[in-house]
Design a protein around this ligand. Structure first.
Ligand code: PEP
Ligand code: MN
Length: 339
């Protein structure tokens, strides 16, 4: 249920409503908009019904949220969420470009990748230290040693780092280095991981499960909110279909659908969606044009030598050329890259 406060409701009136809810064991989430404050309520339906909220001072109306996801919905918050990571913003008019290798390999590789993506204008750097590989015999990532390399690259570039956490047992170590946590496609419905990630206070990039619906993605985001964080970036990274020409099928329509249903930023990963470097630029540009709030792109200083996902990685010059076109389309649509 949602309580819409009047335009001129005072802070004391808002506190009073929240207080009354909490006293009977309900949970209140505030959304403070430019004009109005909305209080989202969760808890026992009967307890909610017994509370005379409509007559409390400052309350304009009370409406039920019909969707199964509540706090990530546009009904709860009509304004776009803008996430600010040390001055690097995503959401609203701020378009983000997250770029870097699939996996962290060496200090030298990270330094070269960092220099290339920074120079081209990326606003965040990516790189995996814990890698979810289909085969248990493939390279699994460098773990904490890789996180340290990411931190070195951050020192050199000044770009915040986005890196995957695969397991609740690794949350503390990943949080010691990461600016933004990534939850990968295979873990989108790992509910204990989602709850724990929500407790960390770090923004989370939540990738859509390759076999998950848009509604399931939104429900997964709702788990992160339940954990305690509303700083969530949804990522469309392709879904599994009957089509074998690409690694996955980029669901381009997920972008406008999500933008309608949720206030959270939506980004697109054309690298994992296509699996092929030559398909990454057109898909990235399509994502910008379709209204995405950012893209995540795999960039490696020498893709043919990459330990992981080389065939879908762009080299520095190709990424730099793509960035020019991303910027042109983003600006045409009223977005600026980064700040
Ligand atoms: C990744 O971004 O490195 C990754 C493994 O992506 P996904 O979870 O989308 O496969
Ligand atoms: Mn990869």
């Amino acid at each position: 249920m949602m309580v819409i406060m009047k335009k001129d409701a005072t802070a004391a009136q808002i506190d009073h409503v929240v207080d009354r809810m909490e006293k009977v064991g309900l949970k209140a989430h505030l959304s403070v908009g430019e004009y109005k404050t909305v209080i989202g309520v969760i808890g026992d339906r009967e307890v909610i019904d017994r509370l005379p909220i409509e007559v409390m001072p400052g309350v304009e109306s009370v409406i039920a949220i019909m969707k199964p996801y509540k706090f990530v919905s546009r009904e709860f918050q009509s304004e776009n969420t803008v996430i600010d990571v040390g001055g690097h913003k995503i959401g609203g008019s701020h378009f983000a470009v997250i770029a870097g290798p699939c996996s962290v390999e060496t200090d030298e590789q990270m330094e070269r990748a960092g220099a290339a993506v920074k120079e081209a204008g990326a606003t965040f750097m990516r790189g995996g230290a814990f890698k979810p590989r289909t085969s248990p015999y493939s390279f699994q990532g460098l773990g904490e040693a890789g996180l340290k390399m990411l931190a070195h690259a951050r020192e050199k570039t000044g770009l915040p780092i986005v890196t995957e956490v695969m397991d609740v047992r690794d949350i503390d170590v990943v949080c010691a280095y990461a600016d933004v946590l990534q939850i990968g496609t295979r873990n989108m419905q790992n509910y204990s991981l989602l709850l724990e990630a929500g407790k960390t206070g770090k923004p989370v990039v939540l990738k859509r499960g390759f076999g998950s619906t848009i509604e399931e993605l939104l429900m997964a985001a709702e788990y992160i909110v339940k954990g305690g964080s509303r700083e969530i970036i949804l990522c469309e990274r392709g879904i599994r279909t009957f089509e074998p020409m690409t690694r996955s099928t980029l669901d381009i329509s997920a972008i406008p659908v999500l933008k309608k249903l949720t206030h959270l930023p939506v980004i697109v990963d054309p690298s994992h969606a296509s699996g092929k470097a030559d398909l990454v630029p057109p898909l990235a540009l399509a994502a910008v044009a379709a209204g995405a709030d950012g893209v995540m792109i795999e960039v490696h200083p020498a893709p043919e030598e990459a330990w992981c996902d080389g065939p879908q990685s762009l080299d520095g010059p190709t990424f730099a050329a793509l960035m020019k076109n991303i910027k042109a389309i983003a600006e045409l649509l009223g977005r600026s890259i980064g700040e």
